[in-house]
Design a binder for this molecule. Structure first.
Ligand SMILES: O=C(O)CCC(=O)C(=O)O
Ligand SMILES: [Fe+2]
Length: 357
């Protein structure tokens, strides 16, 4: 049985964040300090450049060509895109936002009642609440496997607040449809045999993230370590107005200013592998606000667990194959059993051994 990344049993981070300053000993805080935090520059002036794609324009014959070229540019140059007119109904978004906020206000023992710390992949994706998921990260997370239905184990689905199951189901289904449609449009931009691209995504997992404020040393902790996602495509909804996500671009960090009308979509590791590196999964991290909590929900769309992913080369060019063929399970296990370290997990899928880091 595999071991998942180390997690130290700690107090609830919400309780920790709410402690009076005098109550926090250096010892209690030290474990969260990130001496390894890089000091690469942060470029807020580039936030406005994160590409925006309009799904309604992809769905219309008159505008699809123009909008698809924006999508291609976003995947090639950024790996992140804000999708507007995404078609997820407003009330479904309002409901999931409300319920996630209420859920994280519940006492830790209530949340833990749904926790199933996964020991192996059978457990993965059912549901778990983790205080400090990656040892030193300043966040609480709750993950749930939402699709396909036969893989759902409702036993781990929270029943509080009372509308949570319904709002999760509705959001999951809408965001799943959106993922299907974006994956299809991305496939069209790749010049590949469409037969190789159908039904590429099959599983969805939602992870809800709660990042408490940290007023004593926000700049020394991280909400989420730098990583790339072990997904084909991730769709992120920011729950409240507190930003914190930063994406790595040309060696610097760019803070994402989330648009209230957009869903943030990013290229995951499986898309990088399957596009043979033409589309890159992008490293990202979350920083902490000194005064306000941040909440978000990530919807990971992953190829079938028992499936195989391999690079698909384009039909119009002589391309060297850069990645190995591997099973989804093998890759996800590899990613989960290692400490989050930027895009290091992807080295495992490279066709040629990567020297050093
Ligand atoms: O909270 C965020 O903005 C990002 C979360 C994230 O990167 C993840 O869940 O993989
Ligand atoms: Fe992520």
């Amino acid at each position: 049985m595999m071991q998942l990344a180390t997690t130290i049993p700690v107090r609830n981070v919400q309780a920790l964040a709410a402690s009076a300053p005098g109550e926090l000993t250096a010892e209690a805080l030290n474990q969260y300090i990130r001496p390894d935090m890089d000091h690469d520059s942060v470029l807020p002036e580039d936030s406005a450049e994160v590409p925006v794609v309009d799904l309604s324009r992809l769905l219309s014959n008159e505008s699809v060509k123009e909008e698809a070229s924006k999508l291609k540019f976003a995947c090639e140059e950024w790996g992140f895109v804000q999708v507007v007119n995404h078609g997820v109904p407003e009330d479904i978004i309002v409901n999931i936002k409300r319920d996630i906020q209420e859920f994280f206000q519940l006492p830790l023992d209530v949340k833990n009642a749904y926790a199933q710390r996964p020991g192996d992949l059978q457990g993965y994706g059912q549901a778990y609440v983790v205080s400090n998921h990656q040892k030193l990260d300043w966040a609480d997370m709750f993950a749930i496997m939402t699709q396909p239905p036969e893989a759902r184990d409702m036993k781990y689905w929270p029943t509080q607040p009372g509308t949570f199951r319904k709002s999760i189901q509705e959001y999951s289904s809408e965001v799943g449809k959106l993922a299907h449609s974006i994956v299809k449009f991305i496939g069209n931009t790749l010049n590949i045999d469409p037969g190789l691209w159908t039904d590429k995504y099959a599983v969805q997992a939602l992870r809800m993230n709660y990042y408490p404020p940290c007023n004593s040393m926000a700049e020394k902790v991280l909400g989420f370590s730098p990583h790339s996602d072990a997904s084909l495509l991730t769709i992120l909804l920011q729950i409240n107005s507190v930003d914190g996500l930063q994406i790595r671009r040309h060696g610097a960090w760019i803070p994402v200013k989330s648009r209230a009308d957009a869903l943030l979509v990013n290229v995951g590791d499986f898309l990088e592998i399957m596009s043979n590196g033409r589309y890159k999964s992008i490293e990202h991290r979350v920083i902490i606000n000194p005064r306000r909590e941040r909440l978000s929900v990530s919807a990971f769309h992953i190829p079938k667990f028992d499936g195989v992913v391999s690079p698909i080369v384009s039909t119009d060019a002589d391309e060297k194959v850069l990645y190995k063929t591997l099973t989804v399970e093998e890759y996800v296990k590899h990613q989960l059993s290692n400490k989050l370290d930027g895009k290091k997990a992807l080295d495992h899928a490279k066709a040629f051994q990567v020297q050093g880091k």
